[in-house]
Design a binder for this molecule. Structure first.
Ligand code: BG6
Length: 480
């Protein structure tokens, strides 16, 4: 049932993820009435010994957004309780269970049913022990209904073998419908729009294939480096941090076949199929970069070969996409912050205007910042002469939906976990396929067999990446 008592337990409550993402998302949901105070309690759990008020003080500053929402904020903070304990200790989890249970019996509207949502804002190394403790001591035992769900964050492993091991360890304790693997890109407004754009518009249906599309770029750029996260980052690198998850999810939504329906399982089935159709990555279709100064971080070894930039071409072996390169590109410390999908169409055959040097048709979905969807097309230059020019059909969200607040990814995803909707979460077999694709390349990088090239911070990244783009058939067009 989706009513009654709800306990949200944030494990790793004093960590960065909890403070910056989880609690702010919960506060926003509370403000919009999704967490009714007579049903919901939030529990923080971590090793540090703190009082309820200590935890509230630690997170308060992350929730106010500079706005004066004092009264609401205080009421929200009153919903939060704190329990301290180790991540592998029976007593801590027994104490947690007791606190949750007290809340459940005191909640009149629960009528015996109890929902328990465990959010693991923790490093994956402790997932197995924490899941075991939850299973043994903290699952909902009410025989009148309710559920226990687990929310986990990437990195889910470091390669195929370690991811499979982690999946099995958690899978022995909880069933797949209880496990929510967050990829926060799936909570972004324009990522959620991809399915609608593709399958609710007659325009695209006949064009979305190798006959019409020349190449697809899925790009993530950040204009800052790994500041303060060098230790974590150096162990993972840009492919594990961004490409294998965030960009690959976007890739699935762009490339998959039409699902039978919009039911989560149908959508995820199609994602798995397209991942299974990806060919092995070719060495010559990968460029890796590292920005100058990256190793100056004291937590990064001087001889690190970890990429902070990568361009990787994926090729799909199926009837729709044979021969079309999908160029996945991600980089830190570049010249701008942007995430977008750029679908470039082929040239018009027998072009009577001889205008193709001006550029090709493109369909662009800008995920962030300033969400927008636009099409680049050729029109007549207004005036007496018959000349052509590149222009845009532009749906800019800021103008078109000016009064609408676009929800934060985490807000939406946490609400989905409460509602039991797994559409925007990564299924176990999807994760396995994603690791299958990248593991051989990652192992070559880890062994130092595939080297990174240096690039200047604040640049476009290595010039080798632009050359690869051209070799793949991308034609730079005018405009934006
Ligand atoms: C995270 C990565 O998953 O996504 C970070 O670990 C990255 O390295 C972040 O900065 C980007 O998220 P967003 O939503 O700002 O694009």
């Amino acid at each position: 049932p989706d009513t009654g008592c709800l306990s949200i337990i944030v494990l790793g409550a004093s960590g960065d993820l909890a403070k910056k993402k989880t609690f702010p998302a919960l506060f926003n949901l509370y403000r919009q009435g999704f967490l009714p105070p007579d049903e919901v309690h939030i529990f923080g759990y971590a090793r540090t010994k703190l009082s309820d008020d200590d935890l509230r003080d630690r997170i308060r500053g992350y929730l106010s957004h500079g706005k004066d929402n004092g009264e609401e904020l205080s009421k929200f903070l009153q919903l939060i309780k704190y329990v301290s304990g180790a991540y592998d200790a029976e007593e801590g989890f027994r104490a947690l269970d007791k606190a949750i249970f007290e809340h459940e019996v005191s909640t009149k509207s629960s009528e015996g049913s109890a929902r328990r949502l465990f959010y693991l804002a923790l490093p994956p190394s402790v997932y197995p022990s924490v899941c075991k403790m939850i299973k043994l001591y903290c699952t909902n035992k009410s025989d009148l209904g309710g559920w226990t769900r687990i929310v986990v964050e990437k990195p889910f492993g470091k390669d195929l073998a370690s991811a499979e091991q982690l999946s099995s360890q958690i899978g022995e304790l909880f069933d797949e419908p209880q496990i929510y693997r967050i990829d926060h890109y799936l909570g972004k407004e324009l990522v959620q729009n991809l399915l609608v754009l593709r399958f609710a518009n007659r325009f695209f249906l006949p064009l979305w294939n190798r006959d019409n599309i020349d190449n697809v770029q899925i790009v993530f750029r950040e204009d800052f480096g790994t500041e303060g996260r060098g230790g974590y980052f150096d162990e993972y690198g840009i492919i594990r941090d961004i490409i294998q998850n965030h960009l690959l999810q976007v890739f699935c939504l762009i490339a998959m076949e039409k699902p039978i329906s919009i039911r989560p399982e149908h959508i995820r089935d199609e994602k798995v199929k397209v991942l299974q159709s990806v060919e092995p990555i070719k060495e010559e279709e990968v460029v890796l970069g590292q920005y100058e100064g990256y190793t100056a971080d004291p937590t990064v070894p001087d001889n690190s070969n970890t990429p902070t930039f990568a361009t990787v071409i994926l090729r799909i072996h199926n009837e729709r996409w044979e021969g079309v390169p999908f160029i996945l590109k991600a980089g830190k410390a570049l010249n701008s912050r942007k995430a977008e999908v750029r679908v470039q169409f082929k040239d018009v055959p027998g072009d009577i205007f001889r205008c193709q040097k001006q550029g090709r048709n493109e369909f662009v979905i800008r995920l962030q910042p300033s969400e927008a969807i636009y099409m680049k097309l050729t029109v007549k230059q207004p005036g007496l002469e018959m000349s052509t020019v590149q222009s845009e059909l532009d749906l800019s969200y800021r103008q078109r939906y000016s009064g609408v607040t676009i929800p934060e990814a985490y807000e939406r995803l946490i609400l989905d976990t409460i509602r039991g909707d797994q559409q925007h979460f990564v299924r176990r077999d999807e994760l396995k396929e994603a690791w299958e694709i990248f593991t051989p390349l990652l192992h070559r990088i880890d062994r130092g067999e595939k080297k990174t090239v240096l690039y200047k911070p604040g640049s476009r990244g290595p010039t080798e990446a632009d050359e690869l783009l051209q070799r793949a058939g991308y034609v730079q067009t005018h405009g934006y």
